[in-house]
Design a protein around this ligand. Structure first.
Ligand SMILES: Nc1ncnc2c1ncn2[C@@H]1O[C@H](COP(=O)(O)OP(=O)(O)OP(=O)(O)O)[C@@H](O)[C@H]1O
Ligand SMILES: Nc1ccn([C@@H]2O[C@H](COP(=O)(O)O)[C@@H](O)[C@H]2O)c(=O)n1
Length: 238
């Protein structure tokens, strides 16, 4: 069966990555978490004392940052590695969330990450989630979803997740971080968070995880059938 690109963009903590991961697994597609890439760059900048206000330091650092997604047999998942070290847990911590939007707003950082993301999805058969996938990374994605959810519900979900990982953070602190990130992400000059004109909006506030996963898969199935009918896919042996 020919494969498509599924782009899932939207605000922070709407359920993009949890949904994208499951959709990819069920469809036999690759899953690319582009937020993890910006988080990894943030971790590298912190660890190496790269000043975000120093364009030369940022530019010089970028070629030294190698991000890969490696399969971890213990968890059964692909996990983010920064220069060969597994950083999957570290990059989800609050201190990274607090700086990642400033890092991802730097145009040079975006040019480097977008180029890598386009390479990762060039064979199609990917579900990619982020902020600019349907507008910048894959403007030709066959299926574009734009996720939203009530900010308080998003913060509550994130708080539960952090608690399960041993980080106890107040709801107001999390809510503030989500709002700040959404603001910076939506207002930067390069690759701002926007709903692509041809994206379908999905509000996950009152959906269960299974409902939102099933909904995306249904949209994908419909899109693939439609493309088939229109003859967009070449025969397998062509
Ligand atoms: N429908 C849902 N019901 C309950 N919890 C949900 C639902 N969707 C997602 N979650 C939970 O909300 C949290 C945030 O989800 P997720 O990390 O997928 O969001 P995201 O949009 O990828 O966020 P970010 O962009 O900030 O990485 C996770 O703990 C996830 O398990
Ligand atoms: N395509 C993307 C993806 C992410 N970002 C930035 O990274 C931050 C963290 O992303 P999460 O999905 O892990 O929360 C996010 O707030 C954005 O600043 C991006 O710019 N473009």
């Amino acid at each position: 069966m020919p494969k498509i690109v599924i782009a899932i963009d939207g605000f922070s903590s709407c359920g993009k990555s949890t949904t994208a991961k499951q959709v990819a697994a069920r469809m036999g597609y690759a899953y690319i978490d582009t937020g993890a890439m910006y988080r990894s760059v943030s971790l590298y900048f912190l660890q190496n004392h790269i000043a975000l206000t120093n364009p030369k330091a940022v530019q010089d650092a970028l070629p030294h940052i190698h991000i890969t997604f490696n399969f971890n047999p213990k968890t059964g998942r692909n996990e983010t590695c920064l220069n060969g070290l597994n950083v999957e847990e570290e990059i989800r911590k609050m201190y990274i969330s607090n700086i990642v939007s400033e890092v991802s707003a730097i145009p040079e950082v975006r040019y480097a990450m977008v180029a890598q993301q386009q390479k990762l999805g060039r064979k199609r058969g990917v579900v990619m989630d982020g902020r600019d996938i349907g507008t910048k990374v894959f403007p030709d994605a066959e299926l574009k979803i734009f996720m939203t959810a009530d900010p308080v519900i998003r913060a509550q979900r994130r708080q539960i997740e952090l608690l399960q990982k041993g980080e106890m953070i107040g709801l107001d602190v999390i809510l503030e971080n989500l709002k700040k990130r959404d603001f910076i992400d939506s207002n930067r000059s390069e690759g701002p968070l926007r709903k692509a004109e041809d994206a379908i909006e999905l509000d996950t506030s009152y959906l269960t995880l299974d409902e939102q996963i099933d909904w995306v898969i249904q949209q994908a199935d419909e899109k693939i059938s439609k493309l088939h009918r229109k003859g967009h896919f070449k025969p397998i042996d062509a």
